[in-house]
Design a protein around this ligand. Structure first.
Ligand code: 7RM
Length: 648
C-alpha cells in the first residue's frame, strides 16, 4: 500500500453549468429533496427502488451488514432475465425495439423485447441441454453482437453465473479466468470484426482450451463465416443447437443474494480478481442509476459505447437499460472505422438521444478535430455521459461544445467494477456540473474523503471512501474472501477504500485525482496526476497527457509528462518549453514538468485507461514491467526507444 497521508490540490476550476431549464422541467428528478429523503431512510429508499422490479417472492429484511459482508433484500427471490425481458412483454411493450445493433461492416439488426425474450429462452434451453445447472459457471468470449446479451441473459435465466471475458483478451487471460472459476461451458464465435480485420476468437479459445479441464462444451456462434476447427464431442454451432431448442423456459427463482456474475479486474499487480456480483441489490442499483442518471424515457435511444467485457457494458449495456425497458444502440467495432466519424454517423443514423462514453474516446475525438462531428446532425442528443477516468476540464468543455451543442448536460460518473453501478454523479435535472468533477454521491450512497488515519477531510485532498454498504457492491473476490477483506476493507475500520485519491471542494463536490498508486511526490508535496495532466490538456495544442514522477535526488520525484498533440500540431523544443511554462502558470511552479516527451500514443489498458506505471518504468530507465494488459504493447516499446534516444 501507500504511506501517503494527504493529497494536495492545485487546480482551481471555476466554470459551472446549471441544468438547462428545459431539461430540468422534463427530468425524472428535479427536486434536490431526493438526497435528504434517501439520507433519512436509506434502506427504505433502496427498498422503494427494489419494489420497481418484479419479485417472485418479497424480501423480509432490506439489509444485513456484518462488515465487510453485506446482504441486501434478504429472503427475496427474483430473476434478472425476467426483469429485463418478460415483464416488458407482459406489460404490452413486446414490440418495442430493445437493441439497435450495428456491425462494424455496417449491417443493422433491430431486435424487439419479444424477439430478445425468444432468443434468450431458446438459448437458456440450449445451456440446460449442455447440462448447465443452477450455480454452474459459464464463460462468454464473444464480440459485441446481440448474442452476447442473449448469452448473458440466458445464464441469468437458469441461474448460472456468467463470466464474460473481453474479446480482445488473449488465450492466456481466457484460460486463467476459466480456471479460476471452473466454468463448464464456453460460448465463443468464429471471430469478430475490429478495425476491418478479423479477431480470431475461436483460435484463441482453442489455445486456452488446451488447459481448461473444467470446460465440457463449447458453443460457437457464426459471426464472420471464417472456417474454424470444430472439435468433435466438444464444439457445437450456436445455430445448430438453437434449431431444436424449446421456446419455453421458466426463469429460475434466484435468491437476491445468489451470484449473477463474476467479472475479472486486473489489479495493479498479480492475479486478476474475480469480482462477484449478486442478483437483487445489483439489479436494483443498475435500474435506479440508469433511470435517474441517464434520465431515460420511453422514446429515448440510449448508447453506451462500452464493450460488454467491462463492467460498464454489464451494467449500462445489458442489465440497467434492459431492466428499464429502453431502446439502445449496440455497436460492434472501432470508433475510427472506416473513418474517424463513425460514432457520429451512428448517432445521426439511429437518432441517439443519450450518449455515454469514456474520456479516452473524447480525447481521441478532440485530437481528430471538431470537423468530424460537425459533418453530422447530432441535434437529437440531449444528455452526455462519461466514465472510466477523470475527464480533464478542457476535454469536458470540448465534449460539451462539439458533441452536446452547448445544450446537453454532462454526467461525469465515478464508479468501479467493484461498486457494480454508478456511485458519484450529477443528476442531470438537479446538479450544477463543474468540468472535471463527478460532483456528489447518488442518493442513497455515502462517500467521504478521509486521510491516512481515517479522519474526515471536509475540504481538500484525501482518499475516497465509501462509508456505508450499497446494494450493488461486490460481495467478495471469487474464491478469496481474505483478499476481499485485505484489498477493500483494511485501510480503515468498516469503510470501503476505493483506491482513488480525490479532492472535495467547498460545495462538497468530489474531483477524482487519480489512482493513489500514481500519486506524485514533488519536494514532499503529494499531487494527483489528474491536475498536472489537466493543466497540460488546457494548452490548445494538447489532446492528451500522462504525468509520472521519476526518482530525483533532490526533489524526491521529478515530473515527466508524456504528451499527445492535436492533429496538425508539431512537436518542437519551443513547444516543450511553452508547455512547461503553461503548467507552472496554471497550477504552480511546483508542478512544472522536468521532461516533456511528445508521443503519438499513450500506453492504455484495453478499456482505455492510461497505464502510468509503464511510463514510470520508461522514465526511470527500467526494463518494462508487465505489459500483458496493454491494448497495444508496441506503444510502450516505441516510447521507450524514443525516451532512451533523447536521454542517451
Ligand atoms: C466503471 C469503471 C474503476 C476506476 C476508478 C477510477 C476510474 C472511473 C471515473 C474514474 C474519475 C470518473 N470501472 N474512474 N470513473 N475516475 N472519474 N468518472 O471504469 O473498475 O474499470 O475502473 O476507474 O480510478 O477507481 S473500473
Amino acid at each position: 500500500m501507500t504511506a501517503i497521508d494527504r493529497i494536495e490540490t492545485l487546480l482551481d476550476e471555476q466554470r459551472s453549468f446549471p441544468p438547462p431549464e428545459g431539461f430540468r422541467k422534463q427530468a425524472h428528478v428535479s427536486d434536490p429533496k431526493v438526497y435528504e429523503q434517501a439520507k433519512k431512510d436509506r434502506e427504505g429508499y433502496w427498498a422503494d427502488w427494489a419494489r420497481q422490479l418484479d419479485w417472485i417472492k418479497p424480501w423480509h429484511k432490506v439489509l444485513e451488514w456484518k462488515p465487510p459482508h453485506a446482504k441486501w433484500f434478504l429472503g427475496g427471490k427474483l430473476n434478472a432475465s425476467a426483469n429485463c425481458l418478460d415483464r416488458h412483454v407482459k406489460a404490452g411493450r413486446g414490440d418495442k425495439v430493445a437493441l439497435i445493433w450495428e456491425g462494424e461492416p455496417g449491417e443493422v439488426r433491430r431486435i424487439t423485447y419479444r424477439e430478445l425474450l425468444g432468443e434468450v429462452t431458446r438459448f437458456a434451453n440450449v445451456l440446460k441441454g449442455l447440462d448447465v445447472k443452477r450455480g454452474d459457471r459459464v464463460a462468454i468470449y464473444l464480440p459485441m453482437v446481440p448474442e452476447v446479451a442473449v448469452a448473458m441473459l440466458a445464464c441469468a435465466r437458469i441461474g448460472a453465473p456468467h463470466t464474460v471475458v473481453f474479446g480482445g483478451f488473449s488465450a492466456d487471460s481466457l484460460k486463467d479466468r476459466i480456471n479460476d472459476n471452473q466454468a463448464k461451458v464456453l460460448i465463443t464465435a468464429d471471430g469478430g470484426y475490429r478495425r476491418g480485420s478479423l479477431v480470431p476468437l475461436k483460435v484463441n479459445a482453442d489455445e486456452a482450451l488446451k488447459d481448461t479441464p473444467s470446460v465440457k462444451h463449447v458453443v460457437v456462434l457464426k459471426r464472420t463465416g471464417k472456417d474454424v476447427e470444430m472439435r468433435r464431442g466438444r464444439d457445437q454451432w450456436w445455430h445448430d443447437l438453437m434449431k431444436t431448442a424449446g421456446d419455453t423456459c421458466a426463469p429460475e427463482a434466484m435468491d437476491a443474494e445468489d451470484p449473477l456474475y463474476i467479472l475479472y479486474t486486473s489489479g495493479t499487480t498479480g492475479k486478476p480478481k474475480g469480482i462477484l456480483h449478486t442478483t437483487g441489490g445489483y439489479l436494483t442499483q443498475a435500474y435506479a442509476t440508469t433511470k435517474w442518471v441517464f434520465d431515460l424515457k420511453d422514446d429515448d435511444v440510449f448508447w453506451c459505447t462500452a464493450d460488454v467485457g467491462w463492467v460498464t457494458g454489464h451494467t449500462y449495456v445489458v442489465y440497467g437499460p434492459l431492466a428499464l425497458g429502453v431502446t439502445e444502440v449496440m455497436y460492434e467495432g472501432a470508433p475510427d472505422f472506416p473513418a474517424k466519424d463513425r460514432f457520429w454517423a451512428i448517432c445521426e443514423k439511429h437518432g441517439v438521444t443519450v450518449f455515454y462514453t469514456a474520456p479516452t474516446a473524447i480525447r481521441a475525438f478532440m485530437k481528430w478535430g471538431p470537423d468530424l462531428p460537425a459533418k453530422h446532425s447530432l441535434k437529437k442528443l440531449r444528455l452526455l455521459g462519461t466514465v472510466g477516468e477523470p475527464i480533464n476540464p478542457e476535454a469536458w468543455i470540448w465534449y460539451h461544445k462539439n458533441i452536446g451543442g452547448e445544450r446537453c448536460p454532462i454526467v461525469d460518473t465515478w464508479w468501479q467494477t467493484e461498486t457494480g453501478g454508478i456511485m458519484i454523479t450529477p443528476l442531470p435535472g438537479i446538479t450544477t456540473t463543474k468540468p472535471g468533477s463527478a460532483t456528489i454521491p447518488f442518493p442513497g450512497i455515502e462517500a467521504e474523503l478521509l486521510d491516512g488515519q481515517g479522519k474526515v477531510v471536509p475540504v481538500g485532498g484525501g482518499f475516497l471512501a465509501i462509508t456505508s454498504p450499497w446494494p450493488g457492491m461486490l460481495r467478495t473476490i471469487w474464491g478469496d474472501d481474505e483478499r476481499y477483506q485485505q484489498t477493500y476493507w483494511s485501510k480503515w475500520k468498516n469503510v470501503y477504500f476505493a483506491g482513488d485519491g480525490a479532492k472535495r471542494d467547498a460545495d462538497s463536490y468530489y474531483w477524482i485525482l487519480g489512482r493513489v498508486d500514481d500519486v506524485l511526490n514533488v519536494a514532499g508535496h503529494r499531487i494527483g496526476t489528474m491536475e498536472v495532466e489537466s493543466a497540460l490538456v488546457d494548452h490548445p495544442a494538447v489532446a492528451e497527457a500522462a504525468v509520472v514522477g521519476k526518482a530525483h535526488e533532490m526533489k524526491g520525484q521529478a515530473l515527466a509528462a508524456f504528451v499527445t498533440l492535436k492533429e496538425g500540431k508539431q512537436p518542437s523544443d519551443a513547444l516543450r518549453e511553452e508547455l512547461k511554462a503553461h503548467v507552472a502558470k496554471k497550477i504552480g511552479a511546483l508542478a512544472r514538468p522536468d521532461d516533456v516527451i511528445f508521443s503519438a500514443d499513450l500506453p492504455k489498458t484495453r478499456s482505455g485507461k492510461i497505464m502510468r506505471r509503464l511510463l514510470k518504468d520508461i522514465a526511470e530507465g527500467r526494463t518494462l514491467g508487465d505489459t500483458t494488459t496493454l491494448a497495444d504493447p508496441a506503444v510502450v516499446q516505441r516510447l521507450k526507444d524514443q525516451y532512451e534516444e533523447k536521454e542517451g
